[in-house]
Structures are given as structure tokens and as C-alpha cells.
Ligand binder design. Structure first.
Ligand SMILES: Nc1ncnc2c1ncn2[C@@H]1O[C@H](COP(=O)(O)OS(=O)(=O)O)[C@@H](OP(=O)(O)O)[C@H]1O
Ligand SMILES: Nc1ncnc2c1ncn2[C@@H]1O[C@H](COP(=O)(O)OP(=O)(O)O)[C@@H](O)[C@H]1O
Length: 213
């Protein structure tokens, strides 16, 4: 994006990310869930967030559906609007990470280039791409909001997976087939990943999940 701001000065802050992290007792990073509508992004992001929250972690969930009610309410589903949607959520995530928070995002984020551009905003350990690799047929069968039915009926144009593309990640940190594995197992796998990559977690430990989905 072209930066049209001029005559603006960057202010060094007295408090840094490191200060926030030390106060919180854990590192901050982004868990970026991506996948088709109905692949389970909102369900899993909420459950994983709950696990962290219950253990005293500072967390925040940015769900595409919700962000589109406010900050991104001016955006539709054209390619350009989706790109801007991802860019903005990426920038908001950066602010949260700077504030020492573990951010979870649940957006389709269909374009590889956009996800990679967000990744580039962060250090290598601070961006965890979680690809919910669920076959279109399964998502369509679930159709939790009835949107696939509408799209097939021609009432919802540019629907991802039907007449708008989804580009699979090439090297995500985590890939889970949510058509094959149950909700509980998926949560366990994500938390296990975080436990194993404990370099991010400073002096705080993370217990194995107790899930009642
Ligand atoms: N045309 C079209 N295509 C895809 N999705 C649509 C569309 N129109 C509305 N919706 C609803 O919007 C949710 C996706 O918003 P996102 O911000 O995640 O989309 S994107 O990342 O900008 O592609 C998506 O939420 P999820 O089902 O949770 O993925 C839908 O509820
Ligand atoms: N392994 C799984 N992971 C996540 N959701 C699952 C799984 N198995 C079944 N589901 C169901 O699939 C639906 C996914 O919907 P949702 O979380 O809204 O997806 P998305 O946010 O990707 O559109 C929910 O009804 C959820 O209960």
C-alpha cells in the first residue's frame, strides 16, 4: 500500500513490547487461522483462546465476521476488498503483539500473497499460520450459516470455494484436516504445537488442554 501520510514523525515509546511481555509473563504472537468458510476457524480459534485465557494469558480474537461489523464494515468480498481486509487485520494484529497479547485471527484470508505480506510484519517465531485443510464438500455439507446453499442458488456471488478462489498455504506451521479430526483433537494439536515451541513463552508454562467442546 502506498503510504500517503506526510509530515508524520515516528515517536519512540518509553514502554516496549519487551516491557509488556515481561509484565504479562509470556511472549506475544499471532495464531493466524485460514481456511474455507465452515472449515472451523471460529470454532477452533475460540476454544484455543479459551485454553490460553483460562491459564491467565493475555489474548484477543479477531474474527473476520466480527471485524467486518466495524473496522472493516466498508469492505465487501471483491479481491481488492479482501486484500485490504487482511492488510488491516494484519496491522491490528501487529499492534496487539506489540502490546504483549497473543492474537488469534479467524479469516478466510484466501490469497497466499496477502497472508505472506502479513507474515512479513512479524519475526519468524511470532506468526503461526494454521491451515484448516477441510475439503469443500465437507464445508458445504456443514454449511453452518446456510451461505453455501445461497451461493449455489446464485444468491451470493464471489463466494470462496464456489466462484472465488482459495489459495492453500505452501508452508504453514500447522495443517489440520478438520474433516477428519474432531474438534477436541484439533485443539490439542494446536496447544501441543505451542507447548513444543516454548521459546515464545518466556517464563510461563502452558498446561495441556482440558477440552469440553
Ligand atoms: N462472498 C463471500 N465469501 C466468503 N465469505 C463470505 C462471503 N459473503 C459473506 N461471507 C461471510 O464472511 C465471512 C468471511 O469474512 P472474512 O473477512 O474472513 O473473508 S476474507 O478473509 O476477506 O476472504 C464468512 O465467515 P466464515 O464462514 O466464518 O469464514 C462468511 O460468513
Ligand atoms: N474438527 C473440527 N474443527 C472445527 N469445527 C468443526 C470440526 N468438526 C466439526 N466442526 C463443525 O464445523 C463448523 C465450523 O464452523 P465455523 O467454526 O463457523 O467455521 P468457519 O469459522 O471456518 O466458517 C461448526 O459447526 C463446528 O462445530
Amino acid at each position: 500500500m502506498e503510504n500517503r501520510s506526510s509530515n508524520v514523525t515516528w515517536h519512540e515509546r518509553r514502554l516496549t513490547r519487551d516491557d509488556y511481555q515481561r509484565r504479562n509473563g509470556h511472549g506475544s504472537l499471532v495464531l493466524w487461522f485460514t481456511g474455507l468458510s465452515g472449515s472451523g476457524k471460529s470454532t477452533l480459534a475460540q476454544l484455543v483462546e479459551e485454553q490460553l485465557f483460562q491459564q491467565g494469558w493475555y489474548t484477543y480474537l479477531l474474527d473476520g465476521d466480527n471485524v467486518r461489523h466495524g473496522l472493516n464494515g466498508d469492505l465487501g468480498f471483491s479481491e481488492a476488498d479482501r486484500r485490504e481486509n487482511i492488510r488491516r487485520v494484519g496491522e491490528v494484529s501487529r499492534l496487539f503483539v506489540d502490546a504483549g497479547v497473543v492474537v488469534l485471527t479467524a479469516l478466510i484470508s484466501p490469497y497466499r500473497e496477502d497472508r505472506d505480506r502479513v507474515r512479513a510484519l512479524f519475526g519468524p517465531a511470532d506468526f503461526v499460520e494454521i491451515f484448516l485443510d477441510c475439503p469443500l464438500e465437507v464445508c458445504e455439507q456443514r454449511d453452518p450459516k446456510g451461505l453455501y446453499r445461497k451461493a449455489r442458488a446464485g444468491e451470493l456471488p464471489e463466494f470462496t470455494g464456489i466462484d472465488s478462489p482459495y489459495e492453500e498455504p505452501l508452508a504453514p506451521e500447522i495443517t489440520i484436516n478438520t474433516g477428519r479430526h474432531g474438534v477436541e483433537e484439533c485443539v490439542v494439536r494446536i496447544i501441543s504445537y505451542l507447548r513444543q515451541h516454548s521459546a515464545c513463552w518466556r517464563n510461563r508454562t502452558l498446561a495441556a488442554p482440558v477440552v469440553a467442546a
